[in-house]
Ligand binder design. Structure first.
Ligand SMILES: [Mn+2]
Length: 344
């Protein structure tokens, strides 16, 4: 854990010191933001507005792909801008949520050190420690849990229901309904938020209409799945949004007898992948870091992790060869390299 041993109260004070009387505040999520990132950004904005009387702007890199995430933005009225529409140098304070500098999954230029970093991913990046405000809790199931603690500490009267709904969904989706990579604080935050949630809206977010493209990706993920003992690997090939891989990896790891899943796909010439394990004692974050050694970036948690190989590397090599490298490094990392792949 890389946070100073200070209370949430002192942490909020420090946060307020940084933003008080500032006018241009940017809150940036990781690329292709997930519910945890969106909820964390929304809550930070809400806290700044309600307690410091300062406005801020939420931005993201990549695309909002998943139908659930689009439904979340729409139903909870989250105002969010693509980073390409933003002039970063106009902002005097930059906050990163659910990501860190140098993790490879956000679009903040390398030359800029954010003033605020709130995250729960491993590894803690060396650059993060240089920031004036760092709250990285790698033992937490979600960044939303940290923001829920801030909210509780702040004693805002009558918490906004959209904010509570977003945070509860952020916790739920990062921890697969509190069953994966959670600690007692996640449950405590969940219970704190529960009475304030709009469940009708939450249900609409969790069960949106799904595109034909989405079902085609499912079809490919299942058709291309290969089994190596208790491991399932699927190269989904072209995908219409990078975060569909997380969904496919979540789906395939539920196959009976399976302990690991790896789903790979290609989006705008970059290769993305997601890893899942059912084993609580494994370190998926370490496995993925080994997979991208010298060719990309990756990180995550004990049971879920993800990474990316940039097209700049792939051009010099062969796309298929890069996919093969990732798969063989993965199988080697989990000591299953001796097994022959069989169709599902
Ligand atoms: Mn998260």
């Amino acid at each position: 854990m890389h946070r100073e041993n200070i209370s949430n109260h002192d942490r909020l004070e420090k946060l307020f010191e940084i933003v008080r009387r500032k006018r241009e505040i940017l809150i940036l999520t990781h690329n292709n933001p997930d519910p945890d990132a969106l909820a964390s950004a929304l809550t930070l904005k809400y806290i700044f507005r309600t307690l410091c009387n300062v406005e801020s702007v939420i931005a993201y890199g990549g695309v909002v792909g998943r139908a659930e995430n689009k439904a979340m933005i729409k139903n909870l009225k989250i105002t969010i801008h693509p980073l390409t529409d933003i002039t970063i140098k106009n902002f005097s304070v930059i906050a990163l949520v659910d990501t860190q500098p140098g993790s490879g999954n956000n679009s903040l230029p390398k030359s800029i050190l954010p003033s605020i970093i709130i995250d729960h991913h491993r590894p803690v990046r060396a650059k993060s420690r240089k920031s004036p405000f760092v709250d990285i809790r790698t033992d937490y199931g979600s960044t939303s849990t940290i923001l829920a603690e801030y909210l509780k500490e702040s004693n805002i009267h009558g918490i906004d229901r959209n904010v509570a709904t977003a945070l509860l969904y952020g916790i739920k989706s990062d921890t697969r309904d509190l069953g994966r990579g959670t600690n007692p604080q996640d449950l405590e935050a969940f219970l704190y938020l529960y009475p304030r949630v709009n469940f009708k809206v939450l249900s609409r977010i969790e069960h949106p209409a799904l595109s034909r493209e989405h079902f085609k990706t499912f079809e490919k993920a299942i058709k291309n799945a290969m089994i190596y003992k208790d491991v399932v690997v699927s190269d989904v090939d072209r995908i219409d949004n990078p975060d569909s891989l997380a969904e496919m990896a979540d789906l395939l790891v539920r196959l009976e007898g399976i302990n690991w899943s790896l789903c790979l796909g290609t989006f705008q010439d970059d290769i993305y992948f997601s890893v899942r394990t059912t084993k609580t004692r494994e370190r998926a974050d370490r496995i993925v870091q080994n997979m991208v050694r010298k060719i990309g970036s990756a990180g995550g948690h004990t049971m879920i992790a993800a990474g990316k190989v940039d097209h700049s590397f792939i051009h010099r090599n062969d796309h298929a060869a890069t996919i093969n490298t990732l798969i063989s490094r993965f199988l080697k990392g989990i000591k299953r390299e001796a097994f022959q792949g069989k169709n599902l």
